[in-house]
Design a protein around this ligand. Structure first.
Ligand code: ZN
Length: 318
């Protein structure tokens, strides 16, 4: 059985060469890129060996999210993005059967982001991009992003939503790793809600948005969003259908670290909406992803095949 992983990160060698020689990479130091994790230093050949050991046929690589750098001036962010994306482009060229790519983009400037996405899709054979839950605090219902969603639709790009660094939980507490273990899921749920309540999914019905980490608390919390839509005028401003009508408009990776939560996600969103993601090589990843999925007792073989490769084969032509 094949396995295609949509949620997997790369700390580019071009960055590591600079910072490990005492220089900076467009101003970034060794504090970025999670290079304290030894697997982030691995060569593509070492990575391929590791993929073989886990039963992963294809990794759809995204640059480590610390390279978003939306707070820099746009020329610096664009230079960072181009270098990171080019390295993934080289890996795709050398191992077209093993690697594919999602770009990082200078999202603080929508027209620069569209230019880089277009370059990655049409020149480097990428499948889409990975972006944060918000851009310097702006959520995706903001009209400033409308041209971006239009371009994403036209280019047929898949957009993976993934946090970087602090989340909404960080403002409340920085203890116990909760900014990640709860914050990632909270941020993802807010992102779902902003897309839906903001009317973005109605305006751009062909968008392909994947909410990482199983879409956070979306599948668990959708009933309360529906209730808010029923009773509060402010929740109905942009949409004529309840939020639950949009759950199946998104894609979700399977990183729930819980079989009942994954089962609930499948039952809420539909099996054609759930795809393999591992978070490789982060410490919060699924250690043995194919074994985990294959061993789940509440999923049928057809559901396991859909998650492991069939959905992404169809969606991305891999
Ligand atoms: Zn991740």
């Amino acid at each position: 059985m094949r396995a295609i992983d949509l949620h997997v990160h790369l700390t580019p060698q071009c960055f590591q060469r600079e910072v490990l020689s005492g220089r900076t990479f467009h101003g970034l130091t060794a504090a970025y890129g999670e290079i304290d994790n030894p697997r982030n230093a691995w060569t593509p050949e070492q990575r391929l060996h590791d993929m073989d050991s886990m039963g992963i046929d294809v990794q759809v690589l995204s640059p480590n999210a610390s390279f978003y750098k939306y707070d820099e001036d746009v020329s610096t962010t664009t230079a960072i993005a181009r270098d990171c994306n080019n390295e993934i482009g080289e890996m795709i060229k050398e191992w077209p059967d093993r690697f594919s790519g999602l770009a990082t983009l200078p999202m603080q400037d929508v027209s620069a982001a569209i230019t880089e996405l277009d370059r990655c899709m049409n020149k480097l054979n990428f499948k889409g991009a990975q972006i944060n839950d918000h851009i310097n605090g702006k959520t995706f219902d903001d009209p400033v992003f409308h041209p971006f969603w239009k371009a994403v639709e036209q280019l047929g790009a898949m957009i993976l939503i993934h946090q970087s660094g602090s989340t909404v939980v960080s403002a409340r507490t920085k203890k116990y790793h909760l900014s990640n273990t709860i914050g990632n899921l909270t941020d993802r749920t807010i992102t779902f809600a902003c897309f839906v309540f903001g009317g973005v999914m109605d305006k751009y019905p062909n968008l392909r948005i994947c909410l990482s980490h199983g879409g956070g608390y979306t599948s668990f919390g959708i009933g309360r969003m529906d209730r808010g839509w029923e009773v509060k005028k402010e929740a109905r401003g942009n949409i004529s259908r309840p939020p639950s009508a949009y759950v199946s408009a998104f894609y979700y990776d399977c990183i729930t670290h819980s079989e009942p939560a994954l089962r609930m996600l499948i039952d809420t969103a539909g099996i054609d909406r759930v795809i393999l993601g591992t978070d490789y090589p982060a410490d919060m990843c699924i250690d043995w992803p194919t074994s985990w999925v294959l061993g789940l007792k509440s999923l049928t073989l057809e559901e396991k095949e859909a998650i492991l490769y069939k959905n992404l084969e169809k969606l991305l032509g891999l």
